[in-house]
Design a binder for this molecule. Sequence first.
Ligand SMILES: Cc1ncc(C[n+]2csc(CCOP(=O)(O)OP(=O)(O)O)c2C)c(N)n1
Ligand SMILES: CC(=O)[C@@H](O)[C@H](O)COP(=O)(O)O
Ligand SMILES: [Mg+2]
Length: 627
Amino acid sequence: MANERILDVVDSPADLKLLTDDELSILAREIREQIITTTSKTGGHVASSLGAVEIILAVHSLLNCPEDKFVFDVGHQSYAHKLVTGRRDRFDTLRTFHGISGFPKPSESEYDVHASGHASDSLSVAVGLAKARALSGGTNKIVALIGDAALGGGMAFEALNYIGQAQLPMVIILNDNEMSISRNVGALMKHLGYLRTSSSYRTTRDRVQEAMEQSGALGSALMHFGRNAKESMKQFVIPHSMIFEQLGIVCTTPVDGHNIHELKEMLSTCLAADGPVLMHVVTKKGAGYGPAMAEPTRFHGTGPYDIATGKAIKKSAKAPSYTSVFGEALLNEARADERIVAITAAMESGTGLTSFEKEFPDRFIDVGICEENAAGMAAGLAIGGRKPVFAVYSTFLQRAIDQLIVNNALMNLDVVFAIDRAGLVGADGPTHHGMFDLVYTRMVPNMRVLAPSNEAELVNSLHTALVLGGPFAVRYPRGEACGVPVPDKPETYEPGVSRLVREGSDVAILAFGNMVEPANEAAAALEEAGLSVRVVDMRWVKPLDTEAIRRAAETRLVVTVEDGVVEGGVGEEVLAELARQDVKAPVLTLGIPDRYIMQGAPDFLMHELGLDAEGIAAAIEEKLEAL
Ligand SMILES: Cc1ncc(C[n+]2csc(CCOP(=O)(O)OP(=O)(O)O)c2C)c(N)n1
Ligand SMILES: CC(=O)[C@@H](O)[C@H](O)COP(=O)(O)O
Ligand SMILES: [Mg+2]
C-alpha cells in the first residue's frame, strides 16, 4: 500500500534489526511526524524528543532490550522509544489521565528501566545495573542516554566518579545539543563546546594516533578495551587532556546525532569495549520541525500548538500565572533593595526570572541543573551580605533538602526559597507533583513557611520574607492565579497570624494556600444546606496561628485542607497543636493521600482526590454524620 508507514509494522525493537540504515532514516521521519501530530494536541516535551530520534533508533537496533538496559535521563526525550516499544497505538493518550506517561515508567512497559523525570540520575542507575550484572555474572549491555545539561548535575558527576573507578562496561551517550531548557550554562558546557569544534577534534585526532602509540595516560584509559575495539577506538578518541578520559572513561569524538549510519557504527564500537565509554553525540534540539528548532525553549515543554505555525493554542486566561506574579514582584523588590539576588537551577523561564535576568544580569545566577549547589550558594551569598531568593520547583527542591537544613536554616540565614509548582502539577505526573514541600520545609528549625492563597497574598508573602529575614519558604502552585488585584505597596505579615475569610460556628475549615478558594466554595455550599462554616486562610504554615486553631476547636468539627501529603503534613501539625493545648476536638485532615498521584489535569486530579469544593463539602458532611 502506497501510504503504509514503516512505523506501523514496528511492534518491538527487534523489528528495527530488519531495517537498513536508509529505512531507519525513513522511520525517523515518520516518528517525528507522529510526535508532532500527537503533541500538537496533547502538548509535551517536543524539542528534546525530536532531537533524540536517531539516537534511540540506533540504540534499539543494536541492543536486545529488555535484556539489555537502555536508561534514560529525565526521560523527556523518550517519545521515539515509546513508539518503537509497543506503545504506538496508545501514543495519542500521551500525558493524559491513565494514558502513556511523558517519561519512562516501568509499570507501563518492560522496556522502561526506571521511573525517571528528575535530571542527572541515569548514570547512577546505569552503573548500579552494571554492578548488579557483575555480581550475577551477566553479559547484557547497558546504555545510558544523558543530555549535556543533565550531565552537569551533581548526581551525574558523583556517578562519573564511581564509573571511572569501577571500570564496568557501559556506554554513556551524551546527547549534546548545547541546550538545557534555556541555553545550557557552566564550565562543562564550555568544555563540550571545545570538543565539538570540528577543527579541534580533527587535528587532535591525529595527535591521538601518536599518543596511542606511546601508550600514555590515554593508553591506560584504553587498556580495558578488547583488542579489536581498541583498534577501532583509536580513530574516535579525544586527547588525554580531557576530563572524562582522565577520570578513566574513554570519550569518543563527536558524532552527528542525526546520522543513523554513523551513530550505529560508533555505538557498536563502544558496545564492544570492556570498560566505560562516553559517546559524544551532537544533535539539534527540535530537529526536523522548524518552529521547535527556532524556539527550542518554548518547545522544550509545550501545551497544544498549531502544527503549521508552531503557535501555542491557549485557553484564554482569567488571571496571570502565579509564576509571572512572582517574577514581577521579585523584580520590584530587587529595584528597591540591591542586595537581592535571584538564583535558578536551570529553570529561568519556568520560575518567571526572565525579566529579572534582563534587568539585573549581575544579580541573576543560573547554576544549571544543580539544586544542591544553588541552595549551597544561597548560603554563601547570604553570609556575604546578599539576600538570595532561590526560585525553584517544589519537586526539584527535594534534591537540596540537606542544603536547606544544614547550610541555610541551621545558621538562620536570610534566604528565601520561592517554591513554585507546589501541589499537583498535572501532565508531568508523580515525579513532578509538588506534594512534599509542606513537610520538608515545615519540619526544619528556624524555617518560616508561607502559603499564599492568591496573587496578592503571594506579593505580600515575598515581601514579608525579605523584610523579616531568616530562612523562609514561600510556596505557590502552577498555573493561573485567582484574579484579585495585587497591591502596589506590599504589606508585611505578622508571623503566625491568619486571615479570616468567612465566619461560622458549626465547622471551622483551616485552609492552606491554594486550598482556601475551594474551601470557601465548600463552605458556601454547606451553608446552603444549613451549616454555619468558618473558613480561615491560615497563610502561615509555620509558625501556625495557634489562636485560630484553638478557636476552631470550639466548633463541632475542625477541618484542615492542604495540597500536600497528609502524612507529616500541616494538618497533622494542627492535631499536634490541639494536643499541646490539651484540647479534644474532632478533626478531619484533608490532603493528598499516602500514595503517588498519577498524571492528569490538576483540577481533575483534585476532584478525584476529593480535594475540590464538592469533595471537601462531602467529606465534611460525612464526618459530621459519623460524629
Ligand atoms: C532535578 C531536576 N531539575 C530540573 C529539571 C527540569 N528539567 C527537565 S529537562 C531539563 C533540561 C535538560 O537538558 P538536557 O539534559 O541537556 O536535555 P535536552 O532537553 O537538551 O535534550 C531541565 C532543567 C529536572 N527534570 N530535574
Ligand atoms: C522535564 C521537566 O522536568 C520539565 O521540562 C518540566 O516538565 C517543566 O514543567 P513546567 O511545564 O511546569 O514548567
Ligand atoms: Mg541539552
